[in-house]
Design a protein around this ligand. Structure first.
Ligand SMILES: NC(=O)c1ccc[n+]([C@@H]2O[C@H](COP(=O)([O-])OP(=O)(O)OC[C@H]3O[C@@H](n4cnc5c(N)ncnc54)[C@H](O)[C@@H]3O)[C@@H](O)[C@H]2O)c1
Ligand SMILES: N[C@H](CO)Cc1c[nH]c[nH+]1
Ligand SMILES: [Zn+2]
Length: 441
């Protein structure tokens, strides 16, 4: 998530590169080795079914069980293994995420209206039947992911929600992930991660019901599996390794900027973080703060590598240039630590989710504490889409009905167009109706 040479030409002057990944050639592209490996795995799972899923679970995640479904008793016991403070925090995140999703659902309205006299058209939002929700838990168990996927699918009214999560705690799923899946209403939880989990859900190998839509974020293998399965199933969005970008003016605090950048860099060594600032002071102080904070961070090996290999800082001459930089980078998360937040809300166009001002920050939303969804587009996907929401589980369909009296209004122009196209079957279908209304009763 840094500017390519072509991007810099588009921006013109007014920009100084303070830091970029060494040897950068532009935005990160898909790794061909990941693409090939995922393709091979999907092919094998499709041919060999559950046997191949189990083999990959053993090979990649050291899974030792026989059946992948986590028994209901183990899911129920999970609550007892967690401190009350964690359960309360998870309950709060699940509830707020559900509430915001319900607010969004209330604003997606069915309607019908007359388009021309006698012709009434309508729109309906219908939930999909089967959802496969991926709950990432390779490096860290991301507990709020169940709120964003399972919980929001439930608000949408999905009938069957299957979930899958890697067996990353001594060969079993993490009890806290199981608790999050159960409070959000998953129909079943399966101890399987990565490509094999997404394939198993898409092909219906876990509960006999092929998913209509698979959702959830994950590492580069997870994002690539969803990309390759798209078409056969629906997906939410390509939500790969987490990204963060910060816009800061001279009112911002360097320690806060550095901390917010590192908070997402610690997701993995390929997690990008970027700063665009109008302040020379911040351009000097933030890199120092990052080094200082890294020294005391338990995740410094991951966050340090991410910052070194995928971090960038741009010193820009004015706020318009900062907005232009971010609209090109289209980051997953974008924080604005600057004055005049309404101006930024208007100027910024490409982001997964926007965090306006000091008191709103990415990590709150990561845990469901603000209510917005944390499954968001990465790798510039925010140029063309937002993140997962209740709409991701709904099909926006249309219908129509028409009166006998309105026949001419539709049939006559249809005949004219069909004649020109030489689509005689189309012509006949319309003409027959004209003949019907003209025939003596
Ligand atoms: N963009 C978003 O909305 C968003 C939201 C949450 C999390 N995330 C990202 O999710 C990711 C979670 O990654 P993670 O790795 O910790 O967990 P994960 O659950 O995504 O991946 C773990 C799985 O990866 C598979 N895997 C690992 N190495 C492999 C290999 N060499 N070949 C094939 N498969 C392999 C394993 O099967 C394992 O089960 C992070 O990068 C985080 O930034 C993104
Ligand atoms: N930042 C991630 C989305 O990119 C979501 C998350 C959950 N917990 C921690 N982080
Ligand atoms: Zn995060």
């Amino acid at each position: 998530m840094h500017l390519s040479d072509a991007d810099k030409v588009r921006i013109g002057g007014g920009l100084v590169v303070v830091k970029e990944p060494a040897g950068s050639g532009g935005p990160v592209r898909r790794d061909p080795e990941v693409v090939a490996k995922v393709s091979e795995m999907l092919g094998r799972i499709e041919r060999e079914g559950l046997d191949a899923v189990l083999r990959y679970a053993v090979e990649l995640d050291g899974y030792e069980g026989r059946s992948l479904e986590v028994p209901a008793a183990e899911v129920a016991r999970a609550a007892d293994q967690l401190p009350a403070s964690l359960r309360e925090a998870l309950d709060a995140g699940a509830d707020r995420t559900r509430r915001f999703a319900a607010m969004q659902r209330a604003r997606l309205v069915d309607f019908e209206e007359e388009v021309v006299p006698g012709v009434v058209c309508g729109q309906r939002f219908i939930p999909v039947d089967n959802v496969g929700a991926y709950l990432p838990a390779g490096r860290f168990p991301l507990l709020a992911s169940a709120f964003m996927t399972v919980g929001v699918a439930r608000v949408a009214g999905v009938r069957n929600v299957v979930s899958a999560t890697p067996p990353s705690l001594n060969g079993r799923p993490h009890p806290a992930v199981l608790y999050a899946a159960s409070i959000t209403g998953a129909d079943s939880v399966h101890a399987v991660g990565g490509v094999q989990a997404l394939a198993a859900m898409a092909f219906g190998l876990l509960d006999g019901e092929p998913a209509d839509v698979i959702v959830g974020a994950g590492n580069a293998y997870v994002a690539e599996a969803k990309r390759q399965l798209y078409g056969r199933v629906g997906i939410d969005v390509l939500a790969g390794p987490s990204e963060v970008a910060v816009i800061a003016d001279d009112t911002a605090d360097a320690a806060l900027v550095a901390s917010d950048l590192l908070a997402q860099a610690e997701h993995g060594p390929t997690s990008p973080a970027s700063l665009a600032t109008t302040s020379e002071r911040l351009a000097r102080e933030v890199p120092r703060q990052i080094e200082k904070q890294l020294a005391g961070l338990a995740t410094r090996d991951i966050a340090g590598a991410a910052w070194r290999d995928h971090g960038s800082i741009y010193l820009v001459e004015d706020r318009e240039t900062a907005a232009q930089v971010m609209n090109i980078l289209a980051p997953e998360h974008l924080e604005v630590l600057a004055e005049d937040l309404d101006w930024w809300l208007e100027a910024l166009r490409n982001y997964g989710s926007l965090f306006l001002g000091t008191w709103s920050t990415v990590v709150y939303a990561d845990k469901g504490m603000s209510g917005t969804n944390h499954v968001l587009p990465t790798a510039r996907g925010a140029r063309h889409t937002g993140g997962l929401s209740v709409a991701g589980f709904l099909k926006q369909v249309t219908y129509q009905r028409a009166t006998r009296e309105s026949t001419r209004a539709q049939a006559e122009p249809t005949v004219a167009v069909s004649d020109f196209e030489a689509l005689v079957g189309h012509r006949d279908s319309a003409q027959l109706r004209l003949d019907m209304i003209e025939a003596p009763k």
